[in-house]
Design a protein around this ligand. Structure first.
Ligand SMILES: [Zn+2]
Length: 405
């Protein structure tokens, strides 16, 4: 398993690196086909262009939506279990963090994606291979997407379709630091606030200008008021852009942001809050025009140029994942298997999001931290607990057998 993991980690799959993704996809598909699975490649869908910060536009051009592969090995009269893994990492294929390094005592190893989630994919492969060798019949499908770290926009359709074809979902995200299982997750959404004003020379014609940056700053302050941390509603702003030079009143400014919420009611509340900010600017603009009571009404274009305008776009791509009776039941089954193997399995929650959010929202009871143990996710110190490879592969194999008994 260590040799396989070293090989997987050495394949760069971050930043939509197509050659690496294709290589990794091919290796995994071949191993799953060797178990009798049939592979289907599902083309990716494009993500909304506004999600990409303009500074990243050039890099984003290279972001052809990657495909998803689903390898299916159905067996009649067994619950259909979906395993879900992502091939991508967050790491730059040309960055400094590239290699798999085993510690001198052999207990840990570092490497890009070693725990999130190349180790997780490896234990699922090994678990399926072990079940096959022992002739334990499990009806499984294994979905492998390539854009989980950037929101699963390309693979959302494939995730939903597979959710509908299966009875239970198990995703291979890393375990919590205490080895625990995440039973509920917040949801997450992205948004963009754009402010439009009128540019003017900051010295000669200041009064003719309408600053988009001032308008954006006001809108951002109002966003902060939408936060209610005690109810799990948060709004984070950044990055920002606006202005060309200090002597020009800026006519355009933009801020990207992220919302988190514990349930769909919270998501609706935040979306309504964002929309009301944009609306209040247009209402203020029309109110001020009327109050001005000019005898010669301004043309629409003159009116528009007197007041800043705010446009807000949003995308709730990761719905919240609250506990449902069926996920609770699945979590209890996994816990009883883990305890039978001698490992207690605490339950926990997370403000982070993953494909488990999308699968469960599409109707599939899903638990998503069946992967390996380690830490330093998304950092240059990402590490895996080597013992957890065998420990978690054993647990996953036993969970699959138990769910199929
Ligand atoms: Zn992950």
């Amino acid at each position: 398993m260590i040799a396989d993991l070293a090989r997987f980690v050495a394949i760069p799959t971050g930043h939509n690196h197509t050659p690496g993704l294709e290589t990794f996809r091919a290796i995994l598909t071949a191993r799953l086909e060797a178990l009798g699975a049939k592979a289907e490649v599902i083309p990716g869908d494009p993500r909304p262009e506004w999600l990409t910060e303009s500074t990243d536009r050039d890099r984003a051009k290279a972001f052809e939506p990657p495909p998803t592969v689903v390898c299916r090995r159905p067996i009649k009269e067994r619950p259909r279990i979906l395993l879900a893994g992502h091939l991508d990492t967050v790491f730059d294929p040309h960055g400094p963090f590239q290699s798999f390094t085993l510690s001198p005592d052999g207990r840990t190893a570092t490497g890009p994606g070693v725990v999130d989630m190349k180790g997780g994919i490896l234990i699922a492969l090994v678990a399926l291979e072990a079940l096959e060798k022992m002739c334990i019949p499990v009806s499984w499908s294994f979905l492998l997407n390539s854009d989980e770290e950037t929101g699963s926009y390309a693979s959302d359709r494939a995730l939903r379709a597979e959710a509908a074809r299966n009875d239970l979902g198990l995703a291979l995200e890393p375990a919590l630091p205490d080895g625990g299982l995440v039973t509920e997750r917040k949801g997450s959404g992205q948004f963009l606030i754009e402010a439009f004003g009128t540019s003017a020379h900051a010295g000669r014609d200041f009064e003719k200008g309408v600053s988009a940056v001032y308008a954006l700053a006001q809108a951002i302050t109002r966003c902060e008021r939408l936060c209610d941390v005690s109810r799990g509603l948060t709004v984070n702003i950044g990055p920002l852009k606006g202005g060309e030079a200090t002597n020009i009143v800026p006519d355009y400014a933009a801020a990207w942001g992220n919302v988190r919420f514990p349930d769909s009611t919270g998501a609706d509340e935040l979306v309504r809050g964002l929309e009301s900010i944009a609306r209040s600017f247009s209402e203020a603009a029309s109110g001020m025009d009327r109050a001005a009571g000019s005898s010669a009404p301004a043309t629409p274009s003159q009116e528009a140029s007197r007041h800043p305008r705010i446009r807000i776009r949003h995308s709730i791509a990761r719905p919240a994942k609250p506990v449902t009776p069926r996920t609770r039941q699945l979590a209890e089954t996994i816990r009883s298997v883990s305890e039978a193997l001698g490992a207690p399995l605490p339950f926990g929650t997370s403000g982070g999001v993953c494909d488990g959010n999308n699968l469960q929202e599409a109707g599939l009871p899903t638990l998503d931290t069946l992967g390996v143990k380690g830490g330093g996710l998304h950092t240059q110190h990402e590490w895996i607990n080597i013992e957890s490879l065998v420990e978690r592969a054993t647990m996953l194999a036993c969970v699959l057998a138990e769910l199929s008994a």
